[in-house]
Design a protein around this ligand. Structure first.
Ligand code: HH2
Length: 275
């Protein structure tokens, strides 16, 4: 899943794709690099971010979704939103997945829209809300707490008429969690497989990665940590990887799949820079 933030303030790519043609071009690049899904978002959820109105969010994402439909008609597009009106506008323009970081707590009616339109949804764990979520997060047992939350949200989605097979679940790395919480969730990610749904993981360029290596790095340079965490998550059973650097993470996952599952395809040596 390639990330496309159409926002002025996203933590790693804020302001880069506010211009719709530039955003569409970047989406085409993500697809060419091997993304199966492009996740389009019009509101930043970084810690401390201020909410934006539905109208503003729609104004940001609509031209991008329209452009994508024209330039990449077969692309599988996801809308990263918690708002009913934004999701409705996006689905009308072809979005087939609603990625809701509030897991239908922001707008419970969003669940009915997902049920009625038959699109997929990704339900994510977040403690509190973006403005305040990093204020002393505490859990009894972070994995058990996140698992119980996701089980409850999955049951809610089903109770609203959503087909269980159309639900993806995400532990919400970085959303109301300390470094230790993020690492424990990654280490014990396989425990979430008992929920019976595909697990989405989003570590891409997140700040905790910049605080674990030898040097503090800017978000664009957190690729080594992004690759390491996605490979670890793959090994523990995650199946959707939400990333900014699709080509690099895709290559790392291909090597991991070849090693762990014995599945690979080879490219001709002439096309590789180094053999
Ligand atoms: N992380 C972000 C946004 N949406 N959705 C899911 N399912 N999982 C995640 O981990 C996740 C997400 C935050 O990252 P980003 O979109 O790069 O930044 P921002 O929220 O500042 O736009």
């Amino acid at each position: 899943m390639g990330v496309l933030n159409v926002t002025p303030d996203s933590f790693s790519d804020g302001g880069r794709f506010l211009d719709a043609p530039a955003a569409v071009e970047h989406a085409e690049l993500l697809l060419a690099e091997g993304a199966d899904i492009v996740d389009v978002g019009g509101e930043s959820t970084r810690p401390g971010a201020e909410p934006v109105s539905a109208d503003e969010e729609i104004a940001r994402v609509e031209p991008v979704l329209a452009g994508l439909r024209e330039r990449a008609p077969g692309a599988h597009v996801s809308i990263d939103t918690s708002k009913l009106a934004v999701a409705r506008a996006a689905i009308a323009l072809g979005a087939e997945l609603v990625n809701d970081v509030t897991a239908f707590r922001g707008d419970p009616e969003l669940a009915s829209l997902v049920a009625d339109t038959g699109v997929e949804c990704c339900l994510m764990h977040m403690r509190g809300e973006p403005r305040t979520m990093q204020r002393e997060p505490r859990y009894d047992d972070v994995v058990e707490d996140v698992k119980a939350f996701l089980a409850e949200r999955l049951a809610f989605a089903i109770s609203q008429g959503i087909d269980e097979q159309r639900v993806l679940l995400d532990p919400g790395i970085g959303f109301g969690k300390t470094i230790a919480h993020n690492l424990e969730l990654l280490r014990r990610l396989d425990e979430l497989l008992a929920l019976g749904r595909p697990i989405v993981i989003g570590t891409s360029r997140k700040s905790f990665l910049g605080r674990l290596g030898l040097a503090e790095r800017d978000p664009d340079a957190r690729l080594p940590g992004t690759i390491a965490t996605n490979v670890l998550a793959y090994e523990r059973g995650a199946s959707v990887f939400r990333v900014h650097d699709v080509a690099e993470v895709g290559d790392a996952l291909a090597v991991a799949a070849a090693t762990l599952r014995g599945r690979w395809t080879t490219r001709s040596p002439a096309r590789t820079a180094r053999s």
